[in-house]
Design a protein around this ligand. Structure first.
Ligand SMILES: [Zn+2]
Length: 144
């Protein structure tokens, strides 16, 4: 049984049309929806939840960290952030390995869909920090 972490009710697998007005497949939705605005999507073509149910605040945080995290691995930046050679691993998986080390979490816990608000904030800080180091040109301000 999948439970809503906010109101402790059961979540049921329902069509997303009740959320968005049109269908984007199924989601696990709190039975108290829309009073309790809490749901989570599923892995493509499965009933498997992408993580824990999230309310609007947490969904917004997860979207933010996802964008930033994707920018770390999609262009290959992860390989300069974390140059260690790992055999047969995608940039995405490598970025998750790196993030789990930075956040001191196990690999099972290191999924954006599992993060709470505090973990999203922590991950965002970590990612923003390394990205700014990667893209900042080496400008010296001494002469300004
Ligand atoms: Zn609920």
């Amino acid at each position: 049984m999948i439970k809503c972490p906010y109101c402790q009710s059961e979540a049921t697998l329902r069509d997303t049309a009740i959320i968005y007005g049109r269908s984007y497949g199924n989601a696990w939705i709190c039975t108290n929806f829309p009073e309790c605005d809490s749901y989570v999507g599923v892995h493509k073509e499965t009933d498997k939840p992408l993580g824990t149910l999230a309310n609007k605040e947490l969904r917004t945080w997860r979207k933010r960290i996802k964008l930033v995290f994707n920018s770390i691995w999609k262009g290959g930046m992860i390989n300069s952030i974390y140059p260690k050679y790992l055999k047969d691993i995608s940039n995405r998986s490598k970025a998750y390995v790196w993030l789990s080390i930075e956040m001191k979490l196990s690999s099972e816990e290191t999924h954006i869909g599992m993060f709470n608000v505090e973990q999203c904030e922590q991950a965002l800080k970590i990612c923003d920090n390394v990205i700014s180091k990667q893209i900042e040109p080496e400008i010296k301000f001494d002469n300004l």
